[in-house]
Design a protein around this ligand. Structure first.
Ligand code: HEC
Ligand code: HEC
Length: 380
């Protein structure tokens, strides 16, 4: 595991760089108009309006390249400089950048998401600990968010040192010609939130090596596409390939467990796991599955999963209208803190789950867990 001092330092470093200019290549004769209908404007949009998309050919060598514009952490200020697209205007992916779809997505307030991974050639992912992969230096991952068909933000993680990642989100302009680094986050008019880099850390520090959806279990889910555990093993990317590359999610007598368990893993595991860096590590509730539980010829029965043993009929601190709740109350979603808190959004974000960066309820997902909790036997 990582030293916490590295992380504290890393956070301070990025905090210090927040003020850095997010404008670059101001050499255009035709700046983009600052039109961003329906979106809370202010300084962010003004900055974007001043920004010129860099061209593939940055001009003569005397002129500074727009890609020299970086924060003090070294992360570029323009998405076009990260290497996602070979042709930024046409949105043609760069060679070696692979799209993928996780088996069960993390809810992002209804945004449409695309994800892309670049693994550095000739390197391997250190899978010695199947539940905490170590990615090679040079790994890059992007997650692009669209609302009503338009690119809003593209989030980016790149590994630049043994324990060091750079990360930020890039906010697209109204014409989708450029996206500019935005460390401080933004709330859009329709309530959608681009999280600040501090919020990235709250969730992503809970990952084995900061990445979250690219874990053995998510890549082994039946619906995973593009990059799968099986594909990575076959193509020789893993230092220690697992014996089984397809996850089996246990079912119980309710017939509703397997889907609910996958949703809880995808949506709640980042904070509710064993890592000392996970945001909810102080409470004993664990929604993360372990690879030994589901990547095995004999998958752990539901009743043996830590997801179940730490939650089913255990007392929650959260007190609802009906008094003290169980984290999962058998027979009653309404007496289950896990259901009530996932089915809640509030301006103060105090009790809702996840407690940050979400303002709309995943009604389909909470329906899955509600149905399962209702069907479980009552607590003694
Ligand atoms: C509320 C928790 C949360 C916050 C806040 C958050 N993320 Fe994530 N992120 C996740 C989860 C969970 C996944 C994996 C599932 C998926 O891809 O949908 C993920 C996936 C990603 C991925 C794909 C690679 C991976 O880790 O699986 C990138 C890139 C990413 N996030 C970047 C960011 C950046 C940059 C920020 C801050 C600007 C951020 N995220 C904020 C939870 C969060
Ligand atoms: C960004 C991190 C984060 C994510 C993601 C997250 N949680 Fe939490 N959760 C916490 C923290 C921190 C606590 C402890 C403080 C508190 O109770 O608010 C907590 C506490 C809880 C509790 C304890 C209730 C109690 O009263 O003792 C429940 C139940 C819970 N979370 C359910 C969920 C569910 C269900 C999900 C997924 C939909 C989820 N959480 C996702 C951070 C998170």
């Amino acid at each position: 595991m990582r030293a916490s001092s590295t992380r504290t330092f890393f956070t301070l470093l990025l905090t210090a760089s927040l003020g850095s200019a997010a404008t670059a290549g101001a050499c255009s004769s035709d700046p983009e108009p600052a039109v961003d209908a329906g979106v809370d404007t202010g300084t962010i949009d003004a900055e974007i309006a001043d920004t010129t998309p860099p061209t593939a050919d940055a001009g003569d060598s005397a002129a500074p390249s727009p890609c020299d514009d970086k924060g003090t952490d070294g992360l570029v200020n323009l998405l076009s400089c990260t290497g996602l697209y070979a042709d930024f205007g046409a949105k043609t992916l760069a060679p070696n950048v692979k799209p993928y779809v996780p088996g069960t997505p993390f809810w992002s307030d209804g945004a449409e998401k695309s994800r892309f991974l670049l693994l550095p050639a000739g390197q391997k992912i250190d899978t010695t600990d199947m539940d905490a992969w170590k990615w090679p230096i040079g790994t890059k991952v992007w997650k692009e968010f669209k609302l009503e068909g338009k690119r809003i933000e593209t989030r980016y993680y790149t590994k630049v040192g043994a324990d060091k990642w750079l990360r930020s989100s890039y906010r697209w302009d109204a014409t989708e010609k450029q996206a500019v680094r935005l460390d401080k986050g933004a709330k859009l008019a329709d309530g959608y939130e681009i999280p600040s880099v501090q919020k990235c850390d709250t969730c992503h520090y809970g990952g084995g090596d900061q990445l979250l959806g690219l874990d053995a279990i998510s890549l082994a889910m039946p619906d995973a596409q593009g990059i799968t555990l099986d594909g990575l093993a076959t193509d020789g990317w893993l230092t220690k390939p697992p014996a089984k590359t397809r996850a089996v999610f246990p079912e119980d007598a309710t017939g509703k467990a397997a889907k609910a368990i996958q949703w809880l893993h995808a949506n709640c595991a980042s904070c509710h796991n064993d890592s000392p860096f996970a945001a909810a590590t102080i409470i004993p509730l664990r929604f993360a599955l372990k690879s030994s539980e589901v990547l095995s010829d004999t998958p752990t029965p539901v009743r043996g999963l830590s997801l179940y043993t730490t939650a089913y009929c255990t007392n929650a601190r959260f007190v609802g209208d009906s008094g003290v709740l169980k984290n999962i109350a058998g027979g009653s979603r309404g007496a289950s803190a896990a259901y009530l808190r996932a089915n809640l959004r509030e301006p103060t974000e105090r009790e809702q789950m996840p407690p940050i960066a979400t303002h709309k309820i995943d009604t389909v997902g909470v329906g899955l867990i509600g149905d399962w909790f209702d069907a479980l036997p009552p607590c003694p």
